[in-house]
Design a binder for this molecule. Sequence first.
Ligand code: DP6
Length: 359
Amino acid sequence: MIQKDFLPNQYTDLPEEGKVTWKAPSNIALVKYWGKRKNQIPANPSISFTLDACATTTKVIYSKKKDVSQFSFDLLLDGKPKEDFKPKIEVFFERILDYLPFLKSYHFKIETSNSFPHSSGIASSASGMAALSLCLMDIERQLDAGMDQDLFNRKASFLARLGSGSACRSIEGGIIQWGGHSGVSGSSDLFGIQYPYEVNAVFKNFHDTILLVHKGEKQVSSTVGHDLMHNHPYAENRFKQAYANLDKLKTVFSEGNLEGFIEIVESEALTLHAMMMTSMPYFILMKPETLEIINKIWSFRKETKVPICFTLDAGANVHVLYPESVKEKAIQFIQNELVAHCENGHYICDRIGSGAKKL
Ligand code: DP6
């Protein structure tokens, strides 16, 4: 599919009003998206587990308006107006207007809430942009009854990507790849797809316990970090490495090779942070506690042979990944040794989920 496939047919009757609610999950990347080109095109493909517990629920109430010259919307987070989110939504609407021309015909009341606490250091942009895109797609589906589920999901992912890159991996469940790769059939820079190859059962019930090391605002946003990959001395090799890691993951997934998985996932996390430390200006998002946790995971794995590993997103929090078969041992280890490094002892138990749901 190419960009113009997402332009809609001519609408005839716009409904006067309505409302729609979607819940979309967050996701955790295994191979990381870090660096992008114009129009939210990723510099390299990425792959993620769709999560379950960490999610955003968004209700969109829409009513037709007379003045179609500009956007009109109210935004509420947990029932309270959230003015500082509005510019981001305005930019998002501007970017997607060609694909959803009804946007200026309605006033929208957008009510959103996250399952995870605000200042948890967990980004809500992936789940938030995915939930909003799904609500808008649902409105479009009412205008185009012939739309099939595949197109619905792809366009929702395509729109979400224009809001925040990683959001395009928060529509469907399981393992999602975003970014064209000649070795992965159907993959595209424009939207995420469910991983199309064999995946051993060991990777189907993975857990992700998120250790909340630092709940404050990050000093450097992802958007700024992506930008610093332009003219970065190691960028080209890093992008090549991501392609190569996706190649390697193919056999790792099909063979259920946990050792191979751990090697790729931990290397990806550390490379992401290495890119931050070697950009100009340089920055560090990990905290001392992040490193304490990583070292404890390495020691525990060496001593016990339990296949537990970590990944990081663009922050200090640590995602601890492990298969269902070692759940008890992993949780005990986390509680006994790692929780002490979390801010106020806070952590979130999450796992692979089945994708966004209409409520
Ligand atoms: C480190 O998707 O938040 O989590 O497209 O600018 O909104 P924007 O960036 P965003 O970047 C996510 C970066 C990451 C890696 C990943 O999720 O692949």
